[in-house]
Design a binder for this molecule. Structure first.
Ligand SMILES: C[S@@+](CC[C@H](N)C(=O)[O-])C[C@H]1O[C@@H](n2cnc3c(N)ncnc32)[C@H](O)[C@@H]1O
Length: 254
């Protein structure tokens, strides 16, 4: 486990962006939540890795037999359990687990999901039933690339290989079949400077976070002059433009 990364998420204790005012336009039609619905039914058992405070699981996941949401941050899981109680849902459980040392049963889940978190495809392969699916969504190296170039740093900035390729190859090497890597191109527009700054303070976009080595530096200060330069270059009638690059992967344990 990377201690800095653990502290980073523990200090946040939720992964909600509800307070940030922005709109988002998809240039591709692969939607993570829709893929989960497509690959599940009433009998499905789902494991959601890096679930944070369960925001996505509680809001978007289908009504199925069982959902286990895990996260290595105790604070996130405490919040997830509070959110679960409020929801009244009975098919969901949350517990602490590190994605890199999983202790879930072998051949148990029909679907493993992981959105914006680290994964170990071999361990996921082991916990999936034969015929089960893995669905992930990640933030790629070219995410917010103009911004990262202006600041000369950021998540994956120094990495030679994009994280999408690293995951794709590791998933194939773990023995998965029908592995599909889909680049996701999204454009976001932030209502005000305050909204964009709130994103940059919460998400590790501008931190020197190497995905090749899974190492993160301390949270960095955002220099106002560079930030203002970016904002001035990217003001549009819809808001301050930010180009996002994500990726989706689906894979099957045959
Ligand atoms: C960017 S948030 C994404 C949360 C959620 N999946 C979503 O999409 O809204 C990343 C989450 O992964 C968790 N995480 C990061 N590394 C982890 C690891 N090695 N094991 C378990 N959880 C991890 C963090 O604590 C955090 O809650």
């Amino acid at each position: 486990m990377n201690v800095d990364e653990y502290e980073y998420y523990n200090n946040l204790a939720n992964w909600s962006f509800d307070d940030i005012n922005y709109i988002s336009e998809n240039y591709t039609n692969w939607i993570y939540e829709d893929e989960i619905v497509k690959h599940s039914n009433k009998k499905t058992k789902i494991l959601d890795l890096g679930t944070a405070a369960g925001e996505k699981v509680l809001k978007y996941f289908p009504d199925c037999l069982e959902i286990l949401g895990t996260d290595f941050s105790k604070q996130m899981i405490n919040e997830a359990n509070k959110n679960l109680e409020k929801s009244g849902k009975k098919n969901i459980k949350f517990r602490v687990m590190n994605n890199l040392s999983m202790n879930t049963p072998d051949n148990y889940f029909d679907l493993v999901t992981a959105r914006h978190t680290v994964i170990d495809p071999k361990q996921i392969h082991k916990t999936l039933k034969p015929g089960g699916y893995l669905i992930i969504r990640g933030v790629d190296k070219l995410d917010c690339w103009e911004l990262k170039r202006m600041f000369k740093r950021g998540q994956g900035f120094q990495d030679k290989k994009p994280i999408s390729f690293i995951d794709y190859e590791a998933i194939i090497d773990a023995g998965f079949k029908d592995v599909e890597l889909i680049p996701l191109h999204v454009v976001e527009y932030y209502k005000s400077k305050k909204d964009l700054l709130a994103l940059l303070l919460k998400a590790p976009i501008l931190d020197n976070w190497s995905e090749e080595s899974n190492r993160q530096s301390k949270k960095v200060i955002i220099e106002e002059d560079i930030f203002d330069k970016y904002v001035n270059k990217n003001i549009t009638s819809k808001g301050i433009k930010l180009i996002r690059r994500y990726y989706g992967i689906t894979a099957n344990k045959k």
